[in-house]
Design a protein around this ligand. Structure first.
Ligand SMILES: [Zn+2]
Length: 297
């Protein structure tokens, strides 16, 4: 994805990892075959029909306003603990900080870190391991967490039965709280007359999207309201990762509907390749499609 410009606000993608994920594990529904109707725009960037797999990208967005450098979602991180079906990510090491540097950003320059929600693949680079201790990666930044997600993560961390969640809290959230760098938000948070959070609960209890409105252009960082472009044609397809299935489906459907045929650039958290695009209605069908933004290629 090329950097996107909204007036004097720019958005750039920094990749941590790209990982094809088996489609039937991502979407635990009976019949995934309707996805084949959308091959023409799902391939090659978003879906691999041979495996079949959805192509999951784990990336952050750097937003630069005239006043601040903001990093949205911090991916998987290095040396983090993962178990269960995500065991393959356990203690991984990737070049994310080098990629950030190539984009012209040092950790010291980041003013805000915004996590759309507190799942392990959105908080990883919040911290890094230094001399055996987890410390905030971005030493000057305020980390913007939603109250509902923080309360839920704290509660779950006490319960060893949800231990696959506990490491993300202990390793990537708690050290930021202890460093006094957290700013807790509920439904309203705005920055620099250009950025506003949009509560979109369902995927997690406190999930938020981030809207950009600047220079007459609009964008939206959709977080995990959408995991794959196929979700635009089938918002009723819940994913394995959504915590409240009914609510996340309703939120996704409402979001897709509200963006249809509008000139709003979607910047989803997990779309690979050119990533940015728009929601368009399809001729002769009540299903919407994802159209890659030509300016992203
Ligand atoms: Zn995610």
């Amino acid at each position: 994805m090329k950097p996107q410009f909204f007036g004097d606000v720019s958005v750039e993608k920094v990749i941590d990892m790209i990982d094809p994920f088996p489609a039937e594990r991502a979407y635990p529904i009976d019949d995934l075959s309707p996805a084949e109707n959308y091959k023409s725009w799902l391939e090659p960037h978003f879906y691999n029909f041979e495996i079949p797999a959805i192509i999951l990208s784990f990336h952050s967005y750097i937003i630069r306003t005239p006043f601040h450098t903001i990093l949205v979602d911090t991916c998987i991180g290095n040396h983090k603990t993962f178990g269960g079906m995500l065991d393959k990510w356990n203690k991984r090491e990737g070049p994310f900080l080098d990629n950030l540097k190539k984009a012209g950003v040092t950790p010291e320059q980041v003013d805000y870190v915004m996590c759309t929600h507190l799942h392990a693949d959105h908080v990883g680079w919040n911290t890094q391991l230094k001399d055996g201790r987890w410390v905030p990666t971005f030493p000057r930044a305020k980390y913007v967490f939603s109250k509902n997600d923080l309360d839920t993560a704290m509660e779950r961390a006490k319960n060893t039965e949800t231990s696959y969640i506990a490491p993300a809290y202990q390793e990537s959230v708690l050290p930021v709280i202890e460093a006094g760098q957290v700013e807790i938000v509920e439904t309203d948070f705005a920055l620099d007359d250009a950025l506003t959070i949009l509560p979109t609960h369902g995927h997690t209890p406190g999930h938020y999207c981030l809207e950009i409105n600047s220079g007459g252009r609009e964008g939206i960082l959709t977080g995990d309201c959408l995991h794959n472009a196929v979700g635009i044609a089938h918002p009723e397809w819940t994913t394995t990762f959504c915590e409240d299935k009914a609510k996340s489906n309703a939120t996704r459907a409402a979001l897709v509907e509200s963006l249809t045929d509008r000139d709003v650039t979607l910047l989803p958290a997990h779309f690979a390749g050119p990533t940015a695009g728009r929601v368009r209605s399809q001729k002769g069908s009540d299903r919407r499609m994802f159209q890659v933004a030509p300016e992203a290629l």
